[in-house]
Design a protein around this ligand. Sequence first.
Ligand SMILES: [Zn+2]
Length: 263
Amino acid sequence: MTKEHENMTVKNTTFELREMLEASTSCVIFTGAGISTESGIPDFRSPTGLWKNNMPIDFRDFVASPEARIEAWRRKFALEDKFLAAKPTRGHITVAHLINIGRATCVITQNIDNLHQFSGIETDKIIELHGNGSYATCLDCHKRHEMKWIGTVFKATGMPPECPQCGGIVKSATISFGQSMPEQEVQDAQTASLACDLFIVLGSSLVVYPAAGFPVLAKRNGAKLVIINREETELDVIADLVAHEDIGDIMNPLMEMKPASLN
Ligand SMILES: [Zn+2]
């Protein structure tokens, strides 16, 4: 594709997307790793991603083995600077704008990077399917623990701390391999998918279930489906609008949109 052709495709996609948003009364946005790559957050699943060189640590191993826990925390803190330095992308900022002006009801995300919160979306409008890596919780009493404290203990002793409240195992608040999906979030995502008339996917290859099931659910229930992702996805064939372009380029002009009541 020539650069000129690419610009036209982006412009047309933005135009169509804007019309769909204007016609919608209930839009849900779904985000995956692709919305964060511009911010420097590594994509774990991509061919050059982290998991290619480091096999993910299974949840059962994490619980069973102190060595696995030490290795999990070592990896976590090795990446911590990248996560802390990451800023919301144009994609995140536009998603926040659309939600804050009432053009979209919520965002369902596969990401754990906290960038939707960082971009100014209220917590109750963010459904995190894979948890959040910016803090930790106790696996037993579910008390929240801050990374800074865990990092200090880990650096000083080479061991992650136990939960001061109950002695339980402290783990990053993400959903690991082998760990069951969070019931409440999955249910909330299902409810949102069934309630919407427009479902927009940004930067997800839609291969991981149950996440990939939500756009299908929305579409079957009569919603329009939009997929914006660098690579093709298996759901492109059922989508009403597909673009394999840059998310920021397509989304950024939507910052001009006003609340529906001002139309
Ligand atoms: Zn505890």
